[in-house]
Design a protein around this ligand. Structure first.
Ligand code: DQQ
Length: 577
């Protein structure tokens, strides 16, 4: 018997932590080379290590850089400080894979090699130079001895080696840099995108920048990938958004198909997505619009001009980058998930920073947002599924889902709401869903919801992370709120327990409310409404560790909801050394 129902009259007692303050969600300590005990024999090393999220063996990792597939092998590069658990002088770590899940480490790909990257090799992207040649070209930001940001180019040394173990920087570096004529801000000029090829025979690339508070995607053109001319206008810019990091620009098919398009695809069959990572608030935001080949400019669709509305992920998820997988015809999204632990704890662990499970990304049929879904290869780690039969989850009740390794799991659950009589009215002043989730956390009883899952829960519920929905009524419309509430995630007082939230564009009457959660020891990636809204959180339970972790479905609303289907898998450990 894997299922037991516990109805708790005073459910609110264990969910009874009230409103709390939002905290800064990203902390980067700019201390170079903080020494760290990055050794698996260190007793703290293993506690929060993930089992199927990419992370190097130790020390500090941040942005995915230059992902690609070459000769059937996936390549992941990452910003890496091999000497400590904080940001240092980044080099490009490198791992390869045949399935984007199991990874083999390769030698460091790019490290200080010439003046133009003497002080570090920041983020960049790979372009396969087709149609000209099947050669991967890496454009990245080099840091000069004067700490100026310039754009450099590297090529693999041996194109016959599918593992690309060696790279060489071209002697012409730097290829793009600040001059008195172009007036580029030399300390805010970084992270070249994948380039795209245009009918005029020239490549285009964008580089993140800012002028005062104006966020900029600077545009460059080149015939030969070596000589780059600075366009007289940015691809796009937006006032008062500060520095744009890691810009990504790619086409998506308009027909709602999950198929991805090569970066150089144009015409009415596609819309274009411009993603930028906002240094100000560490959010990855995107807009959907049209790329005009003649004017060489991007215009967001009406309503998407303001680069602050749509996010890939409403939790901790930054410096993301996509690439086109021409083998499976998918566009794949990768990102850095920073720690939420203190510097002291990171030093104890000897590592900091993981990557999200790769996601396939495509345009929703509505054209109004992207859909994201964990790549299907992750399903190869599933084992020992357990299912809950269709059943009613009464207000104030809790069901344990037994038989799954709750600290390392993939869980799916669907809810149906049959009774809307007690629905609460939506107050239009509630414009910030994150704030609303922090005011109406898992402990706050509502009309419909909160209901969802308690993940990484300890036996007595001293610790858990609640991921849930609430439904409100706004005139004749239903408003669905999705929250990830970390308030009770750990008894360790020093971890960041910010609650995250977003509104979900879904009709619960027609579609029900679907939730999928990837749980992996210290990370919880939650996909609402089949990938319409995603929230990722880092958590560090002190009790709900390994086989002491439990998983529950809960309903802390007044109204009963129906669990229409639920399946949970224990996850095997991926090979990531
Ligand atoms: N991280 C890189 C920069 C980028 C930032 C340095 C984003 O290139 O702007 O490691 O996290």
């Amino acid at each position: 018997m894997y299922k037991r129902v516990i109805t708790l009259l005073f459910f609110f007692i264990f969910l009874s932590y009230g409103v709390f303050e939002l905290q800064a969600s990203h902390i980067i300590y700019n201390i170079q080379g903080t020494p760290s005990p990055a050794s698996p024999s260190n007793p703290y090393y293993q506690t929060y290590r993930t089992s199927y999220h990419f992370q190097p063996v130790g020390n500090f990792m941040n942005d995915p850089s230059g992902p690609m597939i070459y000769k059937g092998i996936y390549h992941l590069f990452y910003q890496y400080n091999p000497n400590g658990v904080t940001f240092g002088i980044p080099v490009w770590g490198h791992s390869t894979s045949t399935d984007l899940i199991n990874w083999t480490p390769q030698p460091i790909a790019i490290q200080p090699q010439m003046i133009s990257n003497a002080n570090g090799s920041f983020t960049g992207s790979t372009t396969i130079l087709l149609p000209q040649s099947y050669t991967p070209a890496i454009l990245f930001t080099g840091i000069t001895p004067q700490n100026e940001q310039v754009q450099d180019l590297a090529f693999p040394k041996n194109l016959l080696d599918p593992y690309l173990k060696d790279f060489v920087l071209v002697p012409q570096n730097p290829l793009m840099y600040s001059t008195p004529q172009n007036q580029i801000n030399a300390t805010s000029f970084r992270d070249p995108s994948t380039a795209w090829f245009m009918p005029d025979g020239k490549w285009r690339v964008i580089v993140g920048s800012k002028r005062d508070r104006l966020g900029l995607a600077l545009l460059f053109r080149s015939k030969d990938f070596i000589n780059w001319e600075f366009a007289d206008h940015p691809l796009y810019s937006y006032p008062n958004t500060g520095m744009w990091e890691c810009p990504d620009f790619f086409p998506v098919y308009v027909n709602g198909s999950p198929m991805g398009a090569d970066t150089s695809t144009f015409g009415p069959i596609v819309k274009h997505v411009l993603k930028v990572s906002l240094d100000d608030n560490k959010r990855d935001i995107y807009t959907i619009g049209t790329y005009d080949v003649i004017s060489d400019a991007y215009t967001p669709d009406s309503g998407f001009e303001n680069v602050s509305s749509l996010r890939y992920d409403y939790g901790k998820y930054y410096a993301s980058k996509t690439f086109f997988d021409d083998r499976t015809k998918r566009r794949i999204l990768l990102a850095w998930i920073n720690e939420s632990s203190s510097l002291d704890d990171d030093m104890k662990k000897g590592w900091a920073g993981i990557h999200a499970v790769p996601r396939t990304v495509w345009l929703d049929i509505s054209g109004k947002q992207l859909i994201q879904w964990p790549i299907m290869e992750i399903e190869s780690l599933r084992q020992n599924s357990v299912m809950l039969p269709t059943q009613t989850l009464k207000g104030g009740s809790l069901i344990e889902i037994y038989g799954v390794t709750a600290a390392q799991a993939d869980v799916q659950i669907s809810f149906r709401i049959d009774n809307y009589n007690s629905i609460e009215n939506f107050d239009r002043s509630w414009s910030d869903p994150q704030l609303l989730c922090s005011r109406k956390g898992a402990s706050v009883n509502g009309g419909i919801g909160p209901f969802g899952l308690l993940t990484l829960a300890s036996m007595g519920l001293d610790e858990y992370t609640a991921v849930f929905f609430r439904v409100f009524k706004d005139s004749n419309n239903l408003v669905v709120l999705m929250c990830s509430d970390q308030t009770r995630s750990s008894l360790n007082p020093t971890t960041d327990k910010t609650t995250y939230g977003t509104f979900v564009n879904v009709d619960p009457i027609r579609d029900g409310l679907f939730l999928r959660i990837l749980i992996d020891h210290s990370v919880i990636e939650s996909f609402g409404a089949k990938g319409k809204s995603v929230i990722t959180a880092r958590v560090y339970p002190t009790l709900a560790l390994d086989d002491k972790a439990h998983l529950y479905a809960f309903n802390n609303g007044t109204t009963s909801v129906v669990i229409t289907s639920s399946i949970a898998w224990s996850m095997k450990k991926a090979n990531i050394a």
